[in-house]
Design a protein around this ligand. Sequence first.
Ligand SMILES: [Fe+2]
Ligand SMILES: [Fe+2]
Length: 264
Amino acid sequence: MIRVLFIGDVCGKPGRKALSEIVPGLRSKYDIDLVMTNVENIAHGRGATVSTIQEAMASGVDFMTAGNHIWRNPQFEDVLSGEFPVIRPINYPRDLPGKGYGEIDLGPKGIFLVISVMGVAFFYQERTLSEPFRALDEFLDNIDIDSYAGILVDFHAEATGEKLSAGLYLDGRVSAVLGTHTHVPTADERILNNGTAYITDVGMTGPLDSVLWVKKEIIFAQNKYPYSPGYEIQEEGPLKFDAVLIDIDGPRKALGIKRINKIL
Ligand SMILES: [Fe+2]
Ligand SMILES: [Fe+2]
């Protein structure tokens, strides 16, 4: 059995603070084998930098996925160079930096595989994405699934229906399908019929009193006027921490999935 903690999109300095305050304690309390998070917002809400990735690793994060916002910080080339345990969605063009999957060596427990993929519904600006179900088929049909100790898919998408259909589509082919990107946790975590753990969205880790990390007053202005100030992160106030804890029993099956949602 492999126990994985997957933390929802970490947002800026408040998110990194929540990581450092919560992850070490959870790691020992639950005897976790592998800690992962999505880092598309870890550097001031936009993308990731080398130093913010290193900060997450120092807090106990082992492996990181990304999404559409990973390209918003010019350091994406360094972050995705292969030097750091960070991947980006597999259905972006092959000539872009980074890979869409990563292997983690868990010693005697085996090799764990992580796949990052983007949904396409409502991502009108992401013109370079290819169809995610076909991208997943192409990848999974060309690996030896049963050689892995566990397989986790981060399905980074806007639409709940697209994420649920991905979970059902991959049921029994991977250990877990977890949704990210909306920053709002859903309460539908469950083990699907063929054994795969699923949740539509894990949520986010960052400033609670914000709109998905952005200062709320900026979003109010954006809604009321045709012009708006640039986004700024909400630095002060309480923090939220959203994650799921999954017990994985092989590459096609999980035994349990439990939400961990904290405010601090
Ligand atoms: Fe995000
Ligand atoms: Fe995103």
